[in-house]
Design a protein around this ligand. Sequence first.
Ligand code: JB2
Length: 227
Amino acid sequence: MSTTLDDRAAASNAGAKLGIVLIGAGGHAKVCIELLRAAGEPIAACIGAPDAKRDCLGVPVHAGDEHLARLRALGHERLFVAIGDNARRERLAEGALAKGWRLVNAISPHALVSPTARLGLGVAIMAGAVINADARVGDLAIINTLAGVDHDATIGRAAHVAPRCALAGNVTVGARAFLGVGSAVVPGVRIGDDAMSYAGSVITRDIPNGMRVAGVPARPLKDAKTS
Ligand code: JB2
């Protein structure tokens, strides 16, 4: 049986009205469930790893990624990937997008996002975060509780700016980079893809792709990758 354009539009509208599905059912999912609830969004289910618990803050948890296809076939189409690990979050999102899911954002009503900031899809912005003028936040990035991203900064795809980080203007953070709790970054610094800073680092110089740094001022760790 063939479907008409009207059939497909009706199916798409139905999918938009059904609750959001989350991938992940752990600590990050809890925070994101509360962000989505605060925005008045219905949440249908979480999908966890095979050993996941069956409930996450009152949301039913289905264990195993095979449930993704089942829920999509039931008409769900809005997805949020609530997995803290950056590379895994990106991989799971890409797999879901290829299967027709649509990524939504989870943004706290207590975050301050400049009207001139540009946000990607699948982004999480927690309470107290501030995103200033002309900043860009890439798809699947996490701007965690009380973090500040100042003017003209660019946060890469699936990067994670942990709680209480302070990023000055014109900072660039690469794809899948992780800035640990309370890291501070001076203006104009470029942090490479897959780079990582430990908690409390003060980053005063560019960090190459894949490098791990710590300290004040931040220095490369001995086991650091320098690809
Ligand atoms: O391949 C997977 C998979 N791997 C892990 N597919 C699916 N569908 N789910 C997967 N998971 C699920 O991720 C596990 O079942 C579990 O529910 C969740 C991981 O939970 P955990 O609490 O260990 O981590 P998290 O990613 O929710 O939170 C981390 O990152 C946050 C940003 C923690 O470090 C938090 O403290 C942090 N705030």
